[in-house]
Design a protein around this ligand. Structure first.
Ligand code: E4P
Length: 217
């Protein structure tokens, strides 16, 4: 399973990249706004900086909702860097635009996916990635990981090439469960990635080893 970081914060991207396990980055308008990025030039500059830091797919989301707007915006985003993946919402015009991008060799990430039916449409349109939002599903008292499992099974049964990108990750356990369910990619906030490191027995064991090592000096 590939690891993407789900943020537009450059310090956090650097910290995850320095771990040596980072395969890509996803952003969305909320994450970009949180960094105080405003205006076309600032947006382009920010994506350039991310692409210079991480040699892997970087999802950049369109703001438009009509076919024409999404295609125009997506073409501009894709022109920023070869690693940009155009992130398109799961709406009727979004699906039409994803098909257009597929036919024009532009990579896409179909976002805001909450059902297996939506994931089938994204795959039929040729999306490079499909992003089911598992945390938001769990928030509504449904089972986000079960949806990942269902989509993985459908894609395997049908031979769809679209990669399942588990999004809206809230905890380290979500990452483990998505790996178990066969997700191709997990996009995670930094605390969830770092949370994977933690185990109290590791801390206790290391403290003892370091104490014993002192006696050998
Ligand atoms: C990433 O592609 C999604 O936009 C993101 O994971 C959504 O996460 P949230 O539900 O925590 O906002």
């Amino acid at each position: 399973m590939k690891f993407f970081i789900d943020t537009a914060n450059l310090d956090q991207i650097k910290e995850a990249h320095d771990l040596g396990i980072l395969d890509g980055v996803t952003t969305n308008p909320s994450l970009m706004a949180k960094e105080g990025i405003k205006g076309h030039d600032a947006i382009v500059e920010h994506y350039k900086k991310i692409c210079e830091m991480v040699d892997g797919p970087v999802s950049a989301e369109v703001f438009g909702t009509t076919f024409e707007e999404i295609v125009e915006e997506g073409k501009k985003l894709a022109a920023i860097h070869k690693n940009i993946v155009v992130k398109v919402p799961m709406i009727k015009d979004g699906i039409k635009a994803i098909k257009w991008f597929t036919d024009n060799d532009i990579q896409t990430n179909c976002t805001l996916v909450f059902s297996a039916g939506q994931a089938i449409l994204a795959a039929k349109a040729g999306a490079t990635y499909v992003s089911p939002f598992i945390g938001r599903i769990d928030d509504g008292n449904w089972d986000g990981v079960a949806l990942i499992e269902q989509i993985v099974n459908i894609y395997n049964a049908q031979g769809y090439m679209t990669e399942v990108l588990a999004a809206s990750i809230r905890t380290p356990l979500h990452i483990v469960k998505c790996a178990e369910a066969g997700a191709d990619v997990c996009t995670c906030p930094l605390p969830s990635i770092l949370g994977l490191l933690k185990h109290p027995l590791t801390d206790l064991g290391l403290a003892q080893f370091l104490k014993d090592a002192e006696t050998m000096k």
